[in-house]
Design a protein. Structure first.
Length: 84
């Protein structure tokens, strides 16, 4: 295993801190139409008593994109890479 200098370790810690702090700002006045559409589709499926009543992951992704914009995925990928 490679040994790292104190300077190298400090640079890596700084890089990681910068990534964590780089979360995009929330979108001002987000367009909620996609979220409403998804909810309405869910209600239809619920009324039809279907076993699979919606794709929860898709809903979560829609919420993130609506509130933070598409750049949220760049941030999430960077943080996931940090966590290995």
């Amino acid at each position: 295993m490679k040994e790292f200098s104190t300077e190298e370790l400090e640079k890596e810690l700084k890089r990681r801190e910068d990534i964590i702090k780089s979360c995009p700002d929330r979108v001002n006045n987000p367009d909620l139409s996609e979220l409403f559409k998804f909810c309405e589709e869910y209600f239809v499926e619920l009324k039809l008593n279907q076993e699979d009543v919606g794709d929860k992951l898709h809903f979560f992704e829609s919420v993130l994109e609506t509130l933070y914009g598409k750049k949220i995925w760049d941030y999430i990928i960077k943080v996931e890479e940090l966590n290995g």
